[in-house]
Ligand binder design. Structure first.
Ligand code: ADP
Length: 443
């Protein structure tokens, strides 16, 4: 038993004994005992009433002054109350700090409840999305932010990555929307204004495209003169010494032309709005042509294996799909030493259609694989240049594939070989004879 309780019990017993003794002295021990216990009970009830009143209004009332166990209980309660007040103050300070920092954030932040209702948002969210305080609290965000890209993203179960779409207030500015799930069904919506970034990106793209375009004409003129001079160096003895330099100049001019061609192609892939209607492509026939070109490039140094499902067709843009196949097969030939094997496959299953090129070439180190689709990234720049590579081939493949809702998978081992596989989704695939010559991405 707690010592304070023991003391209280002892006090009560002493009190009862004194009552009984007093009563005995006055002529009735039982009456004395009952009177003493009634007094004690009255005291307890008074303390309880004081406690009850204090619980109702702890700020306005004081706890009764008491000794013994009651005093200890009241002191404990007062301490508890003091500690709670301190904690509350600390929490309020943290909350105020958090609110001040989120208000200062340039990004919009909106806290959403389990059914997508708005629980809280900061000042940037008001400015970017046009949310109003307090009217919009409790309303569903999907009803307020009526931007199709966002609505679609919001309805999705997995919120990997972010989406870009127009602002609900101004269709000329672009916002990036990102949803982060947390807690029990809570979601945090982060909105950023990326208009400036978009403008810069467009300016960079336009600059590269314009510069490449402008370079094309002077280069064609130079190439023309070099081509015209070439026979002269072979015939006229006076120009014979120029034969080797001229042929090198022609090689370099051809390299520049290839670079400009690839840069323009990449710029077009990045800037063209994807067409909703596309052609049904006879992939097996296209691949036969790619195979012929690869054989010409290999000059009999490689063995080719070819396997294509004859009736498997793809909805897409011929020039872009041709770039995908052509670049991957050309790379396989270029990075496979003489005597190696290049295996081209085109097949379909319930996941869609797949195109793969496997080679027994030099392979790619694991650390380089994530980077080789970057512009101008080459594992061995000298080797790539020597083979006429521009360093842009895989970037073109990646962009062209994205425009066909495809995905590139790269598996490779140094010194063993590489396999590049393109996966196309089922709704882009058509089996059998042409049903219609057109495809709409709305499928
Ligand atoms: P490049 O014009 O240099 O071939 P790409 O963008 O087509 O440019 O390829 C980028 C780099 O990826 C190449 O420089 C090469 O190092 C590596 N690479 C691409 N395909 C293969 C392959 N089949 N085997 C080994 N390395 C490859």
């Amino acid at each position: 038993m707690h010592p304070a309780l023991r003391r209280e019990l002892f006090g009560a017993l002493l009190w009862a004994a004194l009552g009984a003794l007093g009563g005995y002295w006055l002529g009735g021990a039982w009456i004395g005992l009952a009177a003493a216990l009634a007094l004690r009970l009255g005291l307890y009830i008074r303390y309880l009433a004081g406690l009850r009143a204090w619980l109702d209004q702890p700020k306005r009332r004081d706890l009764p002054l008491a000794g013994g166990v009651w005093g200890e209980v009241f002191d404990g309660l007062l301490n508890l109350q003091k500690r709670n007040r301190k904690r509350k103050k600390k929490l309020a300070a943290i909350l105020a700090e958090f609110q001040a920092s989120t208000e200062a954030l340039p990004d919009g932040a909106v806290v959403l409840g389990p059914s997508g209702e708005i629980v809280w948002f900061n000042a940037a969210a008001q400015a970017l999305l046009g949310l109003r305080l307090p009217q919009d609290l409790g309303l569903r965000v999907a009803n307020l932010v009526r931007v199709p890209v966002f609505t679609e993203y919001f309805a999705r179960e997995d919120y990997g990555g972010e989406v870009e779409g127009p602002s609900p207030l101004n269709p000329d500015s672009t916002l990036s929307y990102r949803i982060i799930p947390y807690g029990a069904g809570q979601r945090l919506l982060i909105v950023r204004d990326v208009s400036e970034l978009k403008r810069l990106e467009t300016a960079r793209r336009d600059f590269v495209a314009n510069a490449s375009h402008e370079l094309r004409t002077p280069l064609t003129v130079l190439r023309g003169y070099l081509d015209a001079l070439e026979p002269e160096t072979r015939q006229g003895a006076a120009l014979a010494a120029w034969h080797a330099p001229l042929s090198e100049m022609r090689n370099q001019a051809a390299r520049m032309e290839a670079l400009i061609h690839d840069l323009l192609k990449l710029a077009r892939l990045e800037s063209d709005v994807i067409q909703t209607r596309q052609d049904l492509l006879d992939v097996p026939r296209m691949l036969e042509r790619v195979l012929e070109e690869a054989k010409a490039m290999s000059k009999g140094q490689h063995r080719f294996e070819f396997e294509a499902q004859p009736d498997l067709k793809l909805f897409g843009r011929e020039s872009e799909v041709q770039s995908i196949f052509g670049n991957l097969v050309a790379n396989a030939v270029q990075y496979t030493p003489a005597g190696g094997i290049v295996r081209i496959r085109w097949w379909g299953d319930d996941q869609g259609a797949h195109f793969s090129v496997a080679d027994t070439g030099i392979g790619i180190a694991e650390k380089d694989i994530p980077r080789i689709t970057e512009r101008f990234y080459r594992v061995d720049a000298a080797r790539s240049r020597a083979g006429g590579g521009t360093g842009l081939g895989l970037s073109i493949v990646k962009h062209a594939l994205e425009r066909h809702e495809g995905r590139l998978q790269i598996e490779s081992e140094l010194g063993v070989g590489s396999t590049f596989t393109c996966h196309f989704p089922p709704h882009r695939v058509h089996r059998g004879e042409a049903r219609s010559e057109r495809y709409s991405t709305a499928h």
